[in-house]
Ligand binder design. Structure first.
Ligand code: ATP
Ligand code: HSE
Length: 312
């Protein structure tokens, strides 16, 4: 049996709309992501279990993981033996934590290992991005690539091998708070501006290129000081109850930057020490989460998708 874990990720990472993303790992060791297993069977079958399984369509045909299996058999490994695919859905849907990417990445990683197809990194990322594009209303790589490869990734079709891995500060504490309601990614993309003024496009390019350069130079404080999202946040913030208040309150508690994770509604607060992160987390627990929400203090997950043992 092949069993793979794919971690949650933060799309956009504030300054890199559709182009920058980070895989995350809670400091307390919680597996914040989906798990997929592939085991030999007489014929193909699919099961979806786990805490968020009941939030997905009940028909296998509508589940992305099953769609990935059908595609893999038809287009990649026609002679693969029969497989029982099980998705353990551990991330909420429409969370801004790359939930669909997690299922897609874990499924293709498990199938590639099960069928011993040994696809290249680029082939895998392209397969995965096709499926992400199907549901989110746009083909973007910023959840797929960090989820698959780990780390902080500058990622796009025009980038060699689709990904450039950036260093990050070991002191960073990423406080993520999922408020407990869903925001559909396609809906959150529909409110984005259709066009950018030349000045805004130039400033976006300047900000992302300076951020990237400073990160490669390990000048993390200067890089963080540049972090602003003027592309997506202005039009998405009104869709997220409580975001504006959090953005105002958290810097006083030590957050160096407050932004929307991916398409939202998960909020990201960046701190550089545990005490500030704990203060921000407490505020978010008290003011941002409903009874279905959760929060974690995370670091960047350097590993990305990986094989795990049964029971892990
Ligand atoms: N295995 C799956 N995981 C997640 N979504 C799935 C899956 N299978 C089917 N879907 C459907 O795909 C859509 C995913 O919606 P959306 O893109 O908003 O969510 P998301 O990827 O979870 O968002 P985010 O990237 O912000 O976490 C939903 O309609 C959901 O029902
Ligand atoms: N870059 C994508 C991420 C979706 O999680 C967006 O912001 O729409």
């Amino acid at each position: 049996m092949k069993r793979f874990y794919a971690p949650a990720s933060i799309g956009n990472f504030c300054v890199g709309f559709d182009s920058l993303g980070a895989a995350i790992a809670p400091l307390d060791g919680t597996l914040l992501g989906d798990v997929v297993s592939a085991e030999a069977a007489e014929q193909d079958s699919f099961e979806c279990i786990g805490p968020y399984a009941d939030k997905l369509p009940s028909r296998a045909e509508e589940n992305l993981a099953y769609q990935c299996l059908v595609h893999f058999r038809e287009h990649v490994a026609a002679t693969m033996p029969g497989v029982k695919l099980t998705l353990e859905k551990r991330l909420p849907i429409g969370s801004g934590l790359g939930s669909s990417a997690c299922s897609v990445v874990a499924t293709f990683a498990a199938l590639d290992a099960f069928a011993q197809t040994q696809l290249s990194q680029t082939q895998m990322i392209e397969l995965m991005a096709d499926f992400e594009g199907k549901v989110s209303g746009g083909r973007h790589y910023d959840n797929i690539t960090p989820c698959y490869l780990g780390g902080l990734q500058l990622t796009a079709e025009l980038i060699p091998d689709r990904a450039l891995s950036l260093p990050s500060d070991d002191n960073w504490r990423l406080v993520v708070a999922y408020p407990g309601f869903a925001l559909n990614t396609a809906a959150a993309r529909a409110v984005l501006p259709q066009q950018l003024a030349t000045h805004d496009a130039v400033e976006f390019a300047q900000r992302l290129s300076a951020f990237t350069f400073l990160m490669t130079q390990h000048q993390f404080d200067k890089a963080v000081a540049l972090m602003r999202d003027e592309i997506a946040e202005p039009s998405r913030a009104p869709l997220i109850k409580g975001f504006a208040e959090a953005k105002q309150s958290l810097p006083e508690l030590g957050a160096l930057m407050v932004s929307i994770s991916g398409a939202g509604p998960t909020l990201l607060a960046l701190c550089d020490n545990d005490q500030d992160a704990q203060r921000c987390q407490l505020w978010l627990q008290q003011h941002y989460l409903n009874e279905h929400g959760f929060s974690h203090i995370c670091r960047i997950d350097p590993q990305g998708t990986r094989e795990i043992k049964e029971g892990e």
